[in-house]
Ligand binder design. Structure first.
Ligand SMILES: C[S@@+](CC[C@H](N)C(=O)[O-])C[C@H]1O[C@@H](n2cnc3c(N)ncnc32)[C@H](O)[C@@H]1O
Length: 180
């Protein structure tokens, strides 16, 4: 099983028809298609991306699902304050494959958005986040690993290959920590 299949497995064990699901990094829409197949036309989908090309590609996908409630937002996921409560959110960090590598996720905004999502995630919800250590000299992946160890908003689990070759992506699963 690779990291993408692991993220999809987390979706499968969490998302039910009728759920609100969120893609924080739309990209080519592979995760979007998977989430739509699980939440069905009874649910709703919200997606963010800063890349115009990603929004164009995902708008084409959305046209194939005319009966679904799909909200594609051409803006950073830090603007997620007004999200409705959701069951599942996915992050697949980095840049749009085959596109401008400088249009990429950054630790500060990823962490800011994760902090905001805590107020919106359902108590039985999950967030999947895939971090790539081959990007940006591991800056974002390292900053996230540090933040996960120091914060108390989420209970965090990680999935990675053993032995660690230092390059393989890491899939994190976050569940909301009970408020004290
Ligand atoms: C690896 S791709 C995502 C792949 C996608 N999940 C899929 O299934 O095809 C990462 C995406 O994150 C987007 N991105 C980078 N910074 C972002 C931000 N602050 N807010 C939202 N999207 C962002 C990039 O433009 C890129 O399309």
């Amino acid at each position: 099983m690779n990291h993408l299949q692991m993220a999809h497995l987390l979706m499968e064990i969490t998302v039910q028809p009728g759920d609100h699901v969120v893609d924080m990094t739309l990209g080519n829409g592979h995760d979007m298609k998977k989430l739509l197949s699980l939440c069905t036309d009874q649910g709703r989908f919200t997606g963010f991306d800063i890349a115009e090309e990603a929004i164009r590609r995902c708008s084409e996908i959305a046209r194939l699902y005319p009966d679904y409630s799909i909200d594609l937002r051409h803006e950073s996921h830090v603007h997620c304050d007004d999200l409705a409560p959701f069951r599942f959110a996915v992050y697949n960090l980095g840049y749009l494959p085959g596109s401008d590598k400088t249009v990429t996720t950054k630790a500060d905004s990823t962490i800011e958005s994760l902090t905001k999502l805590r107020a919106k995630i359902q108590s039985d919800g999950r967030i999947s986040l895939t971090a790539y250590r081959t990007h940006d000299k591991e800056e974002e992946a390292n900053a996230l690993a540090r933040w996960f160890s120091s914060q108390s908003l989420y209970r965090v689990y990680s999935w990675q290959r053993v032995p660690d070759d230092g390059h393989a992506p890491i899939v994190y699963m976050l569940t909301p920590e009970e408020r004290k």
